[in-house]
Design a protein around this ligand. Structure first.
Ligand SMILES: *[C@@H]1O[C@H](CO)[C@@H](O)[C@H](O)[C@H]1NC(C)=O
Length: 401
């Protein structure tokens, strides 16, 4: 008893840092569903391979009962690589090679098979597509000298063709989702996904994908420079919406604030207004904050002083402005809570639990469900920090960064 309690506490604060990405291990859920990795053999002939040339893959748990012809696709996230050295590093990790991927993963939150954990989608076919390209499933290219395959777009296509062949072509409803880099990917591929399933009810959900072209704490453009590297190195521009490319440069079209106007499929944006990934990796990086004035605030929102909160409220305002046009369509959904979080769909404690985050007294799972099933319009925007007492704010240990 004591040991499992201790493990839970340890797991809550256990953090692994990553190159331009991080992971948070939440308290283990009780008796989680474990789902094995399936590689996609047909991908090889299509050149649809991970950074290191290995086969891409996914985890699938079949639907049942009334969900047997319903499909949820969750695109995995996990940062990006923006130059040869970060991509060479990445190909030696599970984010760039299926040889190194976990062979089994837990399906929790939006992937759970239990109605009490995932009321809207528990009996759907649920797929987690593994991310191993480093450009949000959207690159096209090859670097011979470094032995790097930039085949994100081909991986997307190969995974969809495989899933269509094993039953998705009979879908009567579908939802394309993803978190972080996967959330951006779900926006980039939303209209393509719908075009695969004509006549079928299709919507998309982007969790923590609202990466803003924001000014960092030093007045620079950290994330724009970073995305520029990703887009140029990995040949992303050929896969961005042509209509956007007619108006602006490729890097701009990779930013949701510009991309959103070109997405025609109903989309739900779920994001924390104080997205901690962006706080740590875009706004207050070590380079932008060499003296570490933001260090304590980055690790724990309780340690942010009033001028830092003021800066972060500017970021929140930029986020709200970026979705103004988007929210004028009633088909689109919004859930922007004033929390220090990142990715709230796959974690059971944020998706649907007794004390999970709420807006208008509705959990995230309830809000997404009512929007998807056309039971209610959902466009929920929180009041400013620290008004929301339902947040599950992420607190990082000191050795992080
Ligand atoms: C907040 O902290 C920063 C960095 O330590 C400092 O420069 C600033 O003056 C502080 N602001 C307030 C209002 O205390």
């Amino acid at each position: 008893m004591k040991i499992s309690w201790l493990l839970g506490v340890v797991a809550l604060v256990l953090i692994m840092s990553w190159v331009h990405g991080f992971e948070v291990t939440a308290a283990p859920s009780v008796n989680p569903l474990l789902v094995g990795l399936t590689l996609i053999p047909s991908a090889a002939d299509k050149g649809a391979v991970c950074l290191d040339g290995t086969l891409p893959g996914y985890h699938l748990h079949r639907g049942s009962g009334s969900g047997v012809n319903s499909w949820l696709i969750q695109l995995e996230g996990g940062g990006w690589c923006n130059d040869i050295s970060t991509c060479v590093f990445r190909k030696k990790t599970r984010r760039g090679s299926s040889n190194l991927m976990e062979k089994v993963v837990e399906f929790t939150g939006i992937l759970s098979n239990k109605p009490e954990e995932n009321p809207g989608f528990y009996n759907w076919n649920r797929v987690k597509v593994r991310y191993c390209d480093g450009a949000s499933f959207s690159g096209e290219g090859y670097n011979q000298a470094a032995g790097l395959f930039f085949r994100g777009q081909r991986i997307w296509t190969a995974a969809m063709e495989d899933l269509m062949s094993i039953g998705m072509r009979n879908a009567d409803q579908a939802l394309l989702s993803g978190c972080s880099a996967g959330g951006l990917a779900s926006m980039l591929h939303c209209d393509e996904f719908r075009s695969l399933l004509p006549g079928t009810k299709v919507k998309c959900l982007a969790d923590a994908g609202l990466f803003l072209d924001a000014v960092d704490v030093a007045g620079g453009h950290t994330l724009r420079s970073f995305f520029e590297g990703v887009v140029n190195l990995q040949g992303v521009s050929v896969n961005l919406p042509a209509a956007c490319m007619n108006h602006m440069d490729a890097t701009s079209c990779f930013f949701p604030e510009n991309l959103l106007a070109y997405i025609q499929t109903p989309l739900f944006l779920l994001n924390a207004a104080y997205d901690v990934w962006q706080l740590q990796e875009s706004l207050a990086t070590k380079r932008a904050d060499p003296h570490g004035y933001w260090q304590e605030c980055k690790l724990n929102n309780a340690n942010c002083n009033s001028s830092q909160i003021q800066f972060l409220n500017g970021f929140r305002n930029q986020m709200l402005n970026s979705v103004k046009e988007f929210s004028s369509s009633k088909e689109n959904g919004l859930f922007i809570n004033s929390c220090f979080a990142h990715c709230q769909t796959e974690r059971q404690d944020t998706w649907f639990a007794k004390d999970s985050p709420r807006l208008a007294n509705k959990e995230i799972a309830t809000s997404v469900g009512e929007w998807y099933f056309d039971q209610a319009g959902v466009q929920a925007i929180d009041c400013q920090y620290p008004c929301d007492k339902t947040c599950h704010n992420l607190v990082f240990s000191r050795n992080h960064h």
